[in-house]
Write a protein that binds this ligand. Structure first.
Ligand SMILES: [Ca+2]
Ligand SMILES: [Ca+2]
Length: 223
């Protein structure tokens, strides 16, 4: 009897032990700005456009200890002289949709680049291009590398350039309508120090905008 009880306890503790790693995941936390539009946007003629989701974004699980590593980090760009705003806006924590919160880069294919300062395992990237009105940005490509020039070690975690018009390879990810929730990209623990985000205009104009980018991860090195 006692033996059987101990054995049951043993099994119970063993199961608990093995179940632990999965339990260490926690829901990703972010502060959302206030929505500026509601309802169903007019249809866009964009390839691979996904239907807007109804209801809030489901919880996204990340390892415990994951934080926004992009906060206040340095942002550079293919456009050295933004038309409106400053590159610092991308990582300053403000995500409101009104005028004065976004940086506007010139037309055609442009990118911004965030230096996390340390090699990091990256689990999710949250992007707010613009959310004062529904619009779709073209050729969104997100890459992670340990090379600031992105000549080597480049890993693409999102690419919705279905026809390779940006020249970085054909992408199978969906186009989507911008909202106040931003776009959450699953980076699946890819390790790198630099994040590069491309776009090529949008359904309203030919310019490229960013309100905020958050990069959720855990540093893997001390330098
Ligand atoms: Ca901002
Ligand atoms: Ca394209």
């Amino acid at each position: 009897m006692f033996f059987r009880f101990s054995f049951t306890l043993f099994i119970f503790y063993s199961l608990t032990l093995y179940a632990l790693p999965a339990d260490e995941n926690v829901p990703l936390q972010t502060k959302l700005p206030k929505p500026l539009f509601a309802g169903t946007p007019a249809p866009f003629k964009v390839a691979n456009l996904e239907k807007p989701r109804t209801g809030k974004r489901p919880a996204f699980m990340v390892p415990e200890g994951t934080t926004n590593l992009a906060a206040e980090k340095t942002v550079s760009s293919s456009d050295d002289w933004p038309v409106i705003g400053e590159l610092e806006f991308v990582t300053d924590g403000d995500k409101e949709g009104e005028e004065g919160y976004y940086v506007e880069l010139g037309p055609k294919l442009q990118h911004i680049q965030i230096d996390l300062e340390k090699a990091s395992a990256i689990y999710a990237i949250l992007i707010w291009h613009y959310h004062a009105q529904p619009r779709v940005y073209h050729d969104i490509i997100v890459q992670i590398s340990d090379d600031p020039e992105f000549n080597s070690g480049v890993q693409t975690v999102y690419n919705n350039d279905h026809d390779n018009s940006a020249g970085l390879g054909m992408g199978k990810d969906n186009a989507y309508i911008e909202t106040y929730e931003g776009r959450l990209i699953d980076a699946d623990g890819v390790v790198g120090r630099y994040i590069r985000l491309y776009s090529k205009g949008n359904t309203t104009d030919s310019m490229n905008h960013y309100i905020e980018v958050e990069v959720f991860g855990i540093p893997t090195s001390t330098g």
